[in-house]
Design a protein around this ligand. Structure first.
Ligand code: NI
Length: 136
């Protein structure tokens, strides 16, 4: 039996989408408003899900307090109110798209969560646009 538990979190961050091997015109054409050289912010909504067997002793798949604290410590503290391009080392050379942010978040959490459990990240960049990554 496999059960999935999920925790919602939130962070605000600034970014700029940019490919330095392209000229301004092409960056504008591909990334639109997100290519603004002076950066802009998003209200990111994050859903972290852990799936696996229920522990017969606790009745939990994972202690949600532990998951909450992990998200706070590893993700919110690293990303909230940050300029992703400038202040977060993972995005020095990596375009901070929602896709890449989801992969970075997954990588930061994977080693912190029991290897027998599956980890899935859903990241909303806007209320209507979201990405999912589960390590494949
Ligand atoms: Ni943007």
């Amino acid at each position: 039996m496999k059960v999935k538990v999920s925790r919602k979190a939130h962070f605000n961050a600034a970014h700029r989408l940019h490919n330095k091997s392209w000229d301004t015109e092409k960056n504008k054409a591909v990334f639109g408003l997100c290519s603004n050289p002076n950066y802009h912010g998003h209200n990111y909504e994050l859903i972290v899900s852990v799936a696996g067997e229920i522990d017969p002793e606790t009745g939990f798949v994972m202690d949600m307090k532990v998951l909450k604290d992990l998200i706070k410590e590893k993700i919110e503290n690293a990303l909230d109110h940050k300029n992703l391009n400038v202040e977060v080392p993972e995005f020095k050379e990596l375009n901070p798209t929602a896709e890449n942010i989801a992969v970075v978040i997954w990588n930061k959490l994977r080693s912190e969560i029991d290897a027998s459990k599956e980890l899935e990240i859903v990241l909303y960049e806007t209320p209507r646009n979201y990405v999912t990554y589960s390590g494949e």
